[in-house]
Design a protein around this ligand. Structure first.
Ligand code: ADP
Ligand code: ASP
Ligand code: MG
Length: 441
């Protein structure tokens, strides 16, 4: 049993879908579950339509929905699948009209709208492959945290046992339903996570994540295009990279696969001959200290100082209670006796958080920061990594540094304007020579 997941750009057009069908056919000696994302940028477009509708621009929203419909009909027509998407688009138009009347967008209705992306792509791709379609919402059971739902593994694995035993089954990623049967989603980029859940539930031999790059690269190609392919990497390293911004993998993806001991491969649907990246359980011996550099943008730095709390216990507890109450995760942290600096990657509750912190501390907030994160299991065994980082970043103002928390990362915070230079310099320093067993230049 093989799970093959294809991302949005891999199914963005009829020719892309034909290419995908060809790739699946070459693997079809064993049963395959194909997990697909929404076509191209459909999820963004659906969310945009929903926001436009609730903002009172009903006509504008319906025009945009017509565009999306035309795009899907073009592709579906190529595979004789237009009758399969007529109904869903009629429902979508109803939903958009309803949102315009209500003028309110709840997380639950956001999920209802966003889910159409994968509902549509999966029926089209199933038809294109002459395969059986399975509605992911009948199998992936989640909690009720709409837009960020977590899978309920026991129920999900029990239901996956009833997946039709066909040679090729196609289902949408990203979507599921609550125990009460309400449509939910696993968070943006969640189709990777679906693939891993399905793979673990069905004891797949391998989970393949097909995307638009040759695999995990030594740097985010949108920030630094000169990276190299990482041939293999451990689950722990991949999880850390995903958490610190490597969008190529949803951060939760490795968990189910790791529990099931199932290797995950990242592959390029436009260059299927490239071996990609293999993510495996055991650590991968490597002569380089660093495997890859990830970065997380739009980070907010919060500096909290309290002279009144000098040497007082309970200072950190009070701070964290506030962040916890506003469900705001803290990524990096540095403390001194009377001050704490920390980073968060959502600014949604910053004004409320600051207001509460100001009852016992002075607070400054700096938006527009980025975390640059070096990941590699060798970082902890290699002397001098920190000094090489500082030397490489010599002209750049490093706002914060953290090493040791996870044993396999070293992270620095720099201003957004310094990001390209920082990544370029660090890449030059740590990937000047490459271990040919691990990297392909
Ligand atoms: P998909 O739609 O297939 O899920 P995504 O856009 O979610 O594709 O993820 C692939 C993208 O991840 C790449 O196009 C690349 O820009 C980005 N990316 C960020 N960091 C990395 C990295 N270290 N290696 C490879 N790709 C990365
Ligand atoms: N379509 C969803 C998104 O754009 C899920 C995914 O592509 O993985 O976030
Ligand atoms: Mg993705």
């Amino acid at each position: 049993m093989l799970v093959m997941k294809f991302g949005g750009s891999s199914v963005e057009s009829s020719s892309a879908i034909e290419r995908v069908a060809g790739i699946v056919r070459t693997r079809a000696k064993q049963p395959i579950v194909v997990v697909v994302s929404a076509i191209g940028k459909t999820t963004n477009r659906l969310l945009d339509i929903a926001h436009e509708a609730v903002a009172g621009n009903r006509q504008g929203a319906l025009v945009k929905l017509d565009d999306l419909r035309a795009h899907h009909f073009d592709i579906a027509d190529h595979f004789g699948a237009t009758d399969l998407i007529d109904g869903p688009f009629a429902e979508l138009a109803e939903l958009v009209r309803g949102l315009a009347v209500l003028g309110e967008l709840t997380p639950r209705s956001l999920d209802a709208i966003a889910a159409y992306g994968e509902r549509l792509s999966s029926v089209i791709v199933a038809k294109a492959m002459n395969a059986v379609h399975a509605d992911a919402r009948d199998y992936i059971v989640t909690d009720e945290r709409h837009t960020q739902a977590a899978p309920l593994y026991a129920q999900t694995y029990a239901r996956l046992k009833h997946l039709p035993p066909t040679p090729i089954t196609v289902m949408g990623g990203f979507i599921g339903s609550t125990e009460a049967g309400v449509t939910s989603t696993l968070g943006r980029g969640g189709s990777d996570f679906t693939a891993s859940i399905v793979g673990a539930g069905l004891h797949a031999t391998e989970i393949q994540i097909w995307t638009d790059v040759d695999g995990m690269l030594t740097a985010d190609p949108r920030v630094f295009p000169g990276g190299h392919r990482v041939k293999s990497i451990s689950f722990a390293e991949a999880a850390e990279l995903a958490y610190f911004g490597a969008k190529v993998l949803h951060p939760s993806t490795v968990l189910p696969a790791m529990d099931g001991g199932i290797p995950v491969l990242i592959l390029n649907s436009r260059r299927p001959e490239v071996a990609g990246t293999r993510i495996v359980k055991d650590s991968v011996p490597c002569r380089n200290a660093v495997k890859s550099i990830a970065c997380k943008t739009n980070i907010t730095l919060v500096n909290i100082t309290s002279t009144r709390m000098l040497m007082a216990h309970g200072f950190l507890r009070r701070i964290f209670e506030i962040f916890d109450r506003f469900e705001t995760p803290v990524d990096m942290l540095a403390t001194s006796e009377v001050s704490v600096s920390l980073t968060i990657d959502t600014s949604a509750h910053v004004p409320d958080i600051v207001k509460e912190l100001e009852s016992f501390a002075e607070v400054t907030v700096e938006a527009g920061q980025t975390i640059v994160c070096l990941v590699g299991e060798n970082i902890r065994h290699t002397p001098g990594v920190a000094s090489r980082v500082f030397a490489a970043l010599e002209p750049i103002n490093v706002r914060m540094i953290s090493q040791g928390a996870s044993l396999l990362n070293l992270s620095v915070v720099v201003a957004a304007a310094d990001l390209p230079k920082a990544v370029e310099s660090l890449h030059a320093e740590f990937f000047r020579e490459l271990d040919p067993e691990v990297f392909e230049s």
